[in-house]
Design a protein around this ligand. Structure first.
Ligand code: SF4
Length: 241
């Protein structure tokens, strides 16, 4: 798919961020929809930020395409919210990307079902097969992508701008909620009656695959429940590196 946006390069990301980075999430989403049309794709993992962004997209730029990565290890609660979102925003189809079955079969045959607990390298291998490679496939017909990243989600995200150049995928990446706080997200969810993952009510601020996500205790860092056996600086799945 070729659009006007295909002409953007890494040099444009900084300029666009200076121009648009301080605008509201709704304005950034509208700009993205008008600029890229269906050539921009939103990666929805159905966490609180992502259901907010889905609602903003539905109201401001419904031509933005939406996809999700089904790793095969998600919680039931995640499928439930996925279904509720599909129903509420039925005009916006959700592309569901699955991992390459041969790679998953060979990983499990050689290393078992919990290899990701053994080392950061093994964990990254599982994330690469179940998340990163399907993401690349999802983006193969896009010229930009959109995420619900926020700065205070993780020590790895504090310098992330609203519009950045994604070197790995060689395209612009748009993060309209980057400046939002956790309270902003929940105020939006409640005010707009957005369907959300009920694991959030059970102490899960951040939700990924079932075996790699746990509830946190009061006062713990919001990413403490993700890959809790690793150091904070390693806690990215490869989608946002
Ligand atoms: S989060 Fe865990 S189960 Fe999911 S892809 Fe990464 S290592 Fe594998």
């Amino acid at each position: 798919m070729v659009t006007e946006a295909a002409k953007y390069t890494s040099a444009d990301a900084e300029r666009l961020n200076a121009e648009l980075g301080q605008r509201s999430a709704e304005e950034i989403v509208r700009w993205a929809g008008e600029t890229f049309g269906p050539a921009i794709k939103f990666a929805n993992s159905f966490g609180a930020e992502d259901v907010v962004l889905q609602d903003i997209i539905a109201k401001n730029a419904p031509n933005v395409r939406v996809f999700t990565l089904d790793t095969g290890r998600l919680n039931d609660e995640t499928y439930e919210v996925m279904e509720n979102v599909r129903f509420k925003y039925s005009d916006i189809p959700i592309e569901v990307m699955f991992p390459d079955h041969q790679k998953v079969e060979s990983l499990v045959r050689e290393k078992g079902f919990y290899s990701f607990r053994e080392s950061v390298e093994n964990r990254r291998e599982c994330c690469a097969i179940r998340k990163v490679q399907p993401l690349k496939r999802a983006l193969s017909d896009a010229t930009a992508w959109m995420t619900g990243l926020r700065k205070d989600q993780s020590v790895t995200r504090t310098d992330t701008p609203a519009i950045e150049w994604d070197e790995g995928n060689a395209m612009l990446k748009v993060n309209p909620l980057i400046e939002w706080s956790n309270d902003d997200v929940w105020a939006y969810v409640k005010a707009n009656k957005v369907p959300y993952n009920r694991l959030h009510d059970q102490g899960y601020p951040s939700i990924g695959c079932a075996p790699c996500t746990r509830a946190i205790k009061p006062g713990e860092d919001i990413r403490a429940g993700r890959w809790w056996w690793e150091n904070p600086e390693y806690k990215e799945c490869g989608l946002h590196e």
